[in-house]
Design a protein around this ligand. Structure first.
Ligand code: CO8
Length: 258
């Protein structure tokens, strides 16, 4: 695995832990963070020992957004020609599940980054928002799309147009997060969820992520057809035989496909 300056990486069993590590700027997402995250997640994608990754932030933020100080001097040509922040698409393309452990502020690009993950588990202290309108811009890392799909037009418009922050309880109520837990139980809960997922068959974990992701993009009949093909394909794995045999024999399965 590569070495990084703005993120840390730990790997234990089938679970990886990635921490955004610029606490002095509330883990503001600059180009270096993006490049390092994209590189690391490409490595995670290729590493057959890793089944699931937890993404969190050091200090009191998950991420307080794109780095405003880095963006401030940029012009349209800089943004357009460089396709500024397109590297986050490489993170979103990771084929293995990523759990966002939201420990504090998840604002702007930070909220958008959490929404690129597959599950969001939030501390009671977490705060979410799309405050870009206050800076004279709008969401730019997929927030208008993923937020609207997650919570619907009424709440997305409220957040994007007013820029107001919502707390973890509201985020839970509107369906933005999967679970909310006491702050000091955040990491233990998230690691337990990750470890549970990590016990399952890797091809079925990846297929599950892929089919739910496609469900958001496809019409119902196409989504159902796509799901069925992946489901049928899993009957080509050793793990399907093992999982069903273990059930019949009333023992725990031992999955080995990679
Ligand atoms: N960028 C750069 N630095 C930041 C950011 C940020 N997004 N957020 C916080 N910081 C820095 C602060 O400047 C401060 O640094 P310093 O100590 O050098 O002054 C340090 O972090 C601590 O922050 P505060 O002193 O402000 O802490 P507070 O507790 O008073 O406030 C807040 C916390 C409310 C989170 C406040 O910091 C804040 O409002 N931050 C900005 C939130 C924001 O507007 N985020 C959206 C950014 S725009 C964006 O994300 C666009 C995404 C799409 C880009 C796509 C491009 C194609």
């Amino acid at each position: 695995m590569s070495n990084f300056d703005t993120i840390t990486f730990e790997h234990n069993g089938r679970v990886a832990l990635v921490t955004l590590n610029r606490p002095e700027s509330l883990n503001a997402l600059n180009q270096q963070v993006m490049a390092e995250v994209a590189t690391l997640f490409a490595e995670i994608d290729r590493n057959p020992d890793i089944a699931v990754t937890v993404l969190t932030g050091e200090g009191r933020a998950f991420a307080a957004g794109a780095d405003i100080k880095e963006m401030q001097p940029q012009g349209f040509s800089d943004m357009y020609v460089e396709d500024y922040f397109a590297g986050w698409d490489r993170f979103a393309a990771c084929r293995k599940p990523v759990i966002a452990a939201v420990n504090g502020f998840a604002l702007g690009g930070g909220c958008e980054l959490a929404m690129m993950c597959d599950l969001i588990i939030a501390s009671e202290k977490a705060k979410f928002g799309q405050p870009e309108i206050k800076l004279g811009v709008t969401p730019g890392m997929g927030g208008s799309v993923r937020l609207t799909k997650a919570v619907g037009k009424a709440k997305a418009m409220d957040m994007v147009l007013t820029g107001r922050m919502i707390d973890a309880a509201e985020a839970d109520r509107i369906g933005l997060v999967s679970r909310v837990v006491p702050h000091d139980e955040l990491m233990s809960t998230v690691m337990e969820v990750a470890e549970t997922i990590g016990t399952y068959s890797l091809p079925s974990i990846m297929a599950a992520k892929e089919m739910v992701g496609r469900a958001l993009e496809l019409p119902t009949t196409e989504g159902v057809r796509f799901e069925r093909r992946l489901f049928q394909g899993l009957f080509g794995t050793k793990d399907q035989k093992e999982g069903m045999e273990a059930f019949t024999a009333k023992r725990d399965p031992k999955f080995t496909d990679r």
